[in-house]
Design a protein around this ligand. Structure first.
Ligand code: GRF
Length: 234
């Protein structure tokens, strides 16, 4: 779908404002910062209507406040169970009627009901070349496995943790003297490039989810897009 087709769809739904994004964080917020910057410089034609953190002391909340974005906290430790926490989180998100929910270092395993509620409009950034190294501590695990490359992936969120259809990946070669920290630092640079790009495609209507597939420019992706190819126009 072209961006004007996306505009037609939004108009048909009675939406005349730019697409609205809610970003969920738990910590540092460097991906949030990259998204804020991309919205500010027009790379992402959308507005961030709220940033919601699962931790009251997440440094990323400050980036939101500095950018004049509503910053809210749904502190998961203040709820007795996951159901009540997710009910509060859903209410906080849905108040903003977002077109997209972007997870950016949001450290919670989400219930199937929650994920289904946002089916096709929730993205995540993960620091590995999915499907390799789903889960935590990916940089150390990649080094221990003797991998020769690592990277980052943007994917739709599904019930399968870190297992939803992948839109875009960036490959990062592993150097012989890499430590988990040095590798994480290089991967993070690419996270900050591919997440805003994938979000841009989403809000422009170029990328969407259909069942377990990613549709890009109207066609199912046989495999995730590779950032180097995209950048070089391949
Ligand atoms: C990133 O590495 C992201 O891929 C992962 O959590 C980390 C969050 O970093 N999901 P930040 O909070 O965006 O700086």
């Amino acid at each position: 779908m072209s961006s004007s087709a996306e505009g037609d769809r939004r108009a048909a739904e009675g939406k005349s404002t730019p697409p609205a994004i809610v970003v969920l964080i738990s910590g540092r917020g460097s991906n949030l910062q990259a998204i804020i910057e991309a919205v500010r410089n027009g790379e992402i034609p959308a507005s961030i209507c709220a940033v919601i953190s699962s931790r009251p002391n997440a440094p990323g909340l400050e980036f939101a406040r500095t950018a004049g974005i509503a910053a809210e906290v749904v502190d998961d430790r203040r709820y007795d169970d996951r159901q009540s926490c997710e009910a509060a989180l859903t209410a906080a998100i849905d108040r903003h009627r977002p077109d997209l929910v972007a997870l950016a270092g949001f450290m919670r395993i989400l219930s199937h009901d929650f994920v289904r509620h946002y089916d096709g409009r929730m993205l995540n950034i993960h620091p590995s070349l999915l499907p390799e190294f789903a889960g935590l501590d990916t940089h150390r695990r990649a080094l221990e496995a003797g991998a020769w490359e690592h990277g980052a992936s943007v994917h739709f969120v599904t019930e399968d943790v870190d297992g939803g259809p992948v839109i875009l990946r960036a490959r990062v070669p592993i150097k012989p003297d890499d430590t988990p920290a040095s590798l994480a630092e290089r991967v993070l640079e690419f996270e900050h490039r591919i997440y805003p790009l994938a979000i841009r495609w989403f809000v422009e209507g170029r990328v969407r989810k259909s069942g377990d597939q990613v549709i890009f420019d109207g066609k199912p992706l046989a495999q995730p897009l590779d950032y180097a190819d995209v950048k070089n126009g391949r």
